[in-house]
Design a protein around this ligand. Structure first.
Ligand code: PGA
Length: 252
């Protein structure tokens, strides 16, 4: 399985800024993702079309949306649909990012509806899961991952191809805080995710990418990517500059 090197730009970058960063990255990469790696850039909705257009200059890279509403169209003011995402030229969508769960109040069930609908519409989905500090300290890691994965994948189409689904384990306490989970924490959580996916997806679990996210930087990406069951990284802050994201993309 190729490792997935994903950028999450959150609420940063206008369309022209996004296109400029992708253009710079394309030059630095020489027009292609490194062997054995694929690149995804999750961009704000207003920059999605420009990002998707610019990313065509990198073989093995795709653009994604950070959010969507689970309907083709309708009276959902402020939302965007999978059809709109695809029309922008993007292939991916993030679901269940902790900022949407904890700041925007998205429930496990709603995250599950989005995940299922996006897959049914032919998008590739990266479902984010992860525990808060309180949940971790109360010994709730397994229970949280079990619930978020079970609810998140509840209604996905039976014929979902494993390459269209990825899971990102992002401990909430490590996102944007500079605190990276230690190797033991990552190994434990990723192996838990793999076995929980096995129970939910059967043999497809082995081919479903599990990414780590939370304060990934050029200095720690190589050692994180070397851990068992880590099939990529989802990078926020350190993906905003092309040079820094490039170092992570090439990290070993
Ligand atoms: P961070 O964000 O790399 O800035 O911690 C990761 C994420 O939220 O996906």
């Amino acid at each position: 399985m190729k490792k997935i090197m994903a950028a999450n730009w959150k609420m940063y970058k206008t369309g022209p800024e996004a296109a400029a960063t992708v253009g710079e990255l394309a030059k630095l990469l020489g027009g292609r993702a490194p062997d054995g790696r694929e690149i995804v850039v999750f961009a704000p909705a207003t920059a999605l079309e420009r990002t998707a257009e610019a990313i065509k200059a990198v073989a093995g890279a795709e653009a994604g949306a950070e959010n969507m509403y689970p309907a083709e169209e309708g009276a959902f003011t402020g939302e965007i649909s999978p059809l709109m995402i695809k029309a922008c030229g993007a292939r991916w969508v993030l679901t269940g990012h902790s900022e949407r769960r904890h700041i925007l109040g998205e429930s496990d069930a709603f995250v599950g509806q989005k995940t299922a609908f996006a897959l049914a519409q032919g998008l590739r989905v990266m479902l984010c899961v992860g525990e808060t500090l309180e949940e971790r300290e109360a010994g709730g890691l397994q229970e949280v991952l079990e619930r978020q994965l079970r609810e998140g994948l509840k209604e996905i189409p039976a014929d979902t191809a494993p390459e269209n689904l990825a899971v990102a384990y992002e401990p909430v306490w490590a996102i944007g805080t500079g605190k990276t989970a230690g190797p033991e924490d990552i190994l434990e959580a990723h192996s838990l995710c793999r076995s929980l996916l096995g129970a939910l997806l059967g043999e497809k679990a082995a081919q479903t990418a599990i990414l780590y996210g939370g304060s990934v930087k050029p200095a720690n990406a190589g050692s994180i990517l070397a851990l068992d069951n880590v099939d990529g990284v989802l990078v926020g802050g350190a993906s905003l500059k092309a040079e820094s994201f490039l170092q992570i993309i090439n990290a070993h």
